[in-house]
Design a protein around this ligand. Structure first.
Ligand code: PMT
Length: 224
């Protein structure tokens, strides 16, 4: 179906939790299942968009009708997002990106230490959303904020600091909200409108509502 509000638009979505190798058998990651990003990809296809999904998970089947690229680390995700940027109309960063990676990934499996403790040195990963926010040339940029406290303050800061057009804030300390669940509850922040709190609902229903809001924003239509 290529007749929706996003017909002819290229939507690029990141999903899942990035994986940072510690050694050949161990990694640093997070509890993102990819469900939110995959639901957004499905909803964008339903709206007629041409969709690229940059996915950090292999636990979900590739969505039908979506060009899916699998990556692991934040650096790989960054490369793919910047490759996609020039051809994108909408970019949505739903992935949970590791803020840190190993300063140096160990070549061999790290052995148990006689001292009884092991110190890992981590270095900061690029903030992909913020870098996209600086580099964008008219693309509509959407970020998420996953918080366990001060949801609205932190989310407002992220909207501004990362130069996003829309920020979707979820309080992931709540039951049924965020990481791993089939449901989510978010507040949507934009530069020019009052924050809008949406009810707890399935990720696919929420994704359809988010894609509708994005299509209204980029098509300049009046919301019904
Ligand atoms: O995958 P699910 O199990 O369905 O769960 C969904 C979700 C909780 C992962 C999703 O709804 C969500 O909130 N995704 C963003 C998670 C996150 O990393 O939030 P953050 O507040 O740490 O980051 C803020 C924004 O900056 C996000 O858009 C993130 O993609 C981006 N970011 C963060 C760090 C970084 N180094 N680069 C980034 O681009």
């Amino acid at each position: 179906q290529k007749n929706g509000q996003l017909k002819g638009r290229h939507v690029v979505i990141s999903a899942g939790g990035t994986v940072e190798a510690i050694d050949p058998v161990r990694y640093i990651s997070n509890r993102s299942s990819g469900k939110m990003g995959y639901a957004l990809a499905r909803a964008a296809v339903e709206q007629g968009a041409d969709v690229t999904l940059i996915s950090a998970t292999s636990q979900l089947p590739d969505p039908v009708g979506v060009r899916t690229i699998h990556i692991q680390s934040a650096q790989e995700l960054s490369e793919q997002m910047f490759t996609a940027l020039p051809h994108a109309d909408v970019i949505i960063m739903a992935a949970a990106v590791s803020d840190y990676r190993m300063a140096q990934t160990a070549q061999n499996k790290i052995k148990k230490q006689d001292s009884g403790e092991l110190n890992l040195t981590l270095v900061e990963n690029p903030d992909i959303l913020a870098q996209l926010g600086s580099a964008k040339t008219g693309q509509y940029l959407v970020g998420f904020a996953a918080e366990t406290q001060n949801l609205m303050t932190y989310a407002q800061n992220k909207l501004k600091k990362k130069n996003a057009d829309m920020l979707i804030a979820n309080d992931v300390s709540k039951d049924q909200v965020g990481f791993g669940y089939d449901t989510n509850q978010v507040t949507i922040l934009t530069k020019d409108k009052e924050p809008e709190m949406l009810p707890l609902q399935s990720k696919i229903t929420l994704a359809r509502e988010i894609m509708k809001k994005i299509s209204i924003a980029i098509n300049g239509q009046v919301e019904k």
